[in-house]
Design a protein around this ligand. Structure first.
Ligand SMILES: C[S@@+](CC[C@H](N)C(=O)[O-])C[C@H]1O[C@@H](n2cnc3c(N)ncnc32)[C@H](O)[C@@H]1O
Length: 160
């Protein structure tokens, strides 16, 4: 079965060739989401939120999809694809949680996003404290790695 998705805007970042593995909240440069003007009314109440989920299509992916991957913070171990945040997936859809810094017309200014400049935007949703935070969430296999593996993820992700 195939389904079609619509690009609803474009993500602008300072990363032309490669991007960080996860968002770096205070990375240098401007990070903005430019929504196609026809959807601007849909932004009206978004400014009430501090964080947003950004959902996008990793359109420049040229790696083959494998069910076992080596994430950078797995200490060289292989983990299964769906237990990873690897971009090389059957549907290369990415999800980033970023701080909403401001909205001007159809442009949303955010903290650092981990995507290449020009990445097609699929959706935006508010990050809602009571819905999206789980006090008992763990780090899965990341707990089982040592040294640089676990430390790496802590450095790269500034959690909301
Ligand atoms: C590991 S993925 C994580 C994405 C998202 N935070 C997630 O967890 O779903 C981030 C990587 O995707 C790759 N990437 C970002 N934008 C891309 C694009 N438009 N096309 C292809 N690869 C992209 C970059 O290599 C970046 O390091």
């Amino acid at each position: 079965m195939m389904y079609r998705l619509k690009r609803i805007g474009v993500i602008r970042t300072p990363y032309s060739e490669s991007a960080p593995h996860q968002p770096i909240e205070d990375d240098e440069g401007e990070f903005r989401i430019v929504l196609d003007p026809e959807y601007v009314e849909g932004l009206r109440d978004l400014g009430a939120f501090r964080y947003i989920h950004v959902i996008y299509y990793m359109h420049k992916l040229n790696r083959s999809v494998s069910m076992a991957v080596c994430p950078p913070w797995a200490g060289g171990k292989k983990v299964s694809l769906f237990a990873s945040r690897s971009p090389a997936r059957p549907n290369p859809i990415g999800l980033s949680i970023v701080r909403l810094k401001g909205i001007a017309d159809n442009t949303i200014f955010t903290s650092g996003l981990d995507v290449i400049d020009g990445t097609p935007l699929l959706d935006i949703k508010p990050y809602i404290k009571d819905l999206d935070s789980r006090f008992d969430a763990g780090d899965g296999w990341i707990n089982r790695t040592n040294g640089a593996g676990a430390g790496e993820i802590e450095k790269k992700i500034k959690r909301p």
